[in-house]
Ligand binder design. Structure first.
Ligand code: HEC
Ligand SMILES: [Cu+2]
Length: 326
């Protein structure tokens, strides 16, 4: 059996770090959105300016240590010290000015999309999952889904953020900066992704024991694909729900088109079309769904979904039904 990389000493750790470097779906150092780009430029500028100041200070320290041994004439040393201090003051003033201008430019870039025609999305944090609602351009109503955010490439999406319980924080580092989700208040962030593909977000404010299991899959699509996806999401589910589902699950979950209209948990109308289960806790497979439905507390201890006792046959029927909600 293959041993995990971590147990293979320094070479294993190095290999892990290299692997981590390849998977750039959750990194502010691999920006693929306008807002993340602006922040990345500011980060580079800060690193250069602070690095230069650090080098100058250390250079001065080394220089003065060497000078101290040579016992030069006093007045000549005084003159050099004078000049050195003036240079240091100038470097600080110029460096701070560059940083102030840099932050101002970055800040402007973050709000530059303010007047664009945009798609509106509401994201609400729950312990420990994400409720996601799209403003349907066709009907003007809201289309609800959960735990997977889809965005059209090259267009600006305005996300309005809130929380149903504690403070969470919305962070999809490849696309934009981080912003808190605060109960009783709505914050806004614009996302303008420039590259299609899968990315990963993560709740960035400790929000309870399963905070680490509060991830967000993000799919950036060509606008036509995105429009198709939204139309599919707006459709109700086709088939009627089995009686066990209505009895055991409908109090908390909605499946549009059926009598299940619960609001305590994620909308399940198209849950099987998502990539993962329970905010990135498990990959979406038939087996994982069945395991989650039988033992949510074993897989995500403390989650608000209880294990509902039911016969093995009923369990299979419910899992089959949920796995078919595409
Ligand atoms: C008391 C409320 C409650 C009941 C009853 C309940 N659930 Fe849930 N369910 C939740 C909550 C809350 C979550 C989100 C959990 C999390 O991610 O931490 C959830 C998550 C899920 C998910 C994952 C959804 C996603 O977007 O990843 C599935 C699937 C699911 N429930 C199916 C069921 C089924 C099937 C039943 C009936 C056997 C059921 N649930 C009963 C509250 C409930
Ligand atoms: Cu959270």
């Amino acid at each position: 059996m293959a041993r995990p990389l971590m147990t293979r000493g320094p070479a294993g750790v190095a290999a892990l770090l290299l692997l981590a470097g390849c998977v750039n779906i959750q990194s502010p150092l691999a920006p693929t959105g306008d807002q993340a780009n602006a922040l990345h430029r500011l980060l580079v500028l800060m690193t250069i300016v602070c690095g230069a100041v650090y080098a100058v200070v250390l250079g001065g320290l080394v220089w003065s240590l060497c000078r101290a041994r040579q016992r030069l004439k006093r007045d000549r040393d005084d003159r050099l010290l004078d000049r050195g201090l003036w240079t240091a003051a100038a470097v600080i003033v110029v460096g701070l000015t560059v940083l102030i201008v840099g932050s101002f430019v970055a800040e402007r870039a973050l709000v530059a999309t303010r007047d664009d025609p945009v798609l509106h999305v509401r994201v609400t944090g729950h312990q420990w999952w994400w409720r996601i609602q799209y403003r349907d351009p066709a009907s003007g109503g809201w289309v609800e889904t959960a735990n997977e955010l889809h965005l059209p490439v090259g267009r600006t999406t305005r996300v309005s953020l809130g929380s149903a319980d504690v403070i969470h924080s919305f962070w999809v580092p490849n696309v934009a900066g981080k912003i808190d989700m605060i109960p009783g208040r709505r914050n806004q962030i614009d996302l303008t992704p420039r590259r299609a593909g899968w990315f990963r977000g993560q709740c960035a404010e400790f929000c309870g024991t399963q905070h680490a299991h509060m991830a967000l899959d993000v799919k950036v699509d060509a606008p036509a694909d995105f429009d198709r996806w939204l139309i599919a999401q707006a459709r109700p589910a086709g088939t009627g729900a089995p009686a066990t589902f209505v009895r055991s699950c409908a109090a908390c979950h909605t499946v549009r088109g059926t009598s299940a209209v619960g609001r305590a948990g994620p909308d399940l109308t198209h849950v099987a079309a998502r990539r993962s289960i329970a905010a990135g806790t498990l990959p979406m497979t038939r087996g994982a769904l069945q395991g989650w439905i039988q033992q949510p507390q074993a897989l995500k201890p403390g989650t608000s979904m209880p294990a509902v006792p039911m016969s093995a046959a009923d369990g299979l029927a419910v899992a089959d039904y949920v796995a078919g909600l595409r």
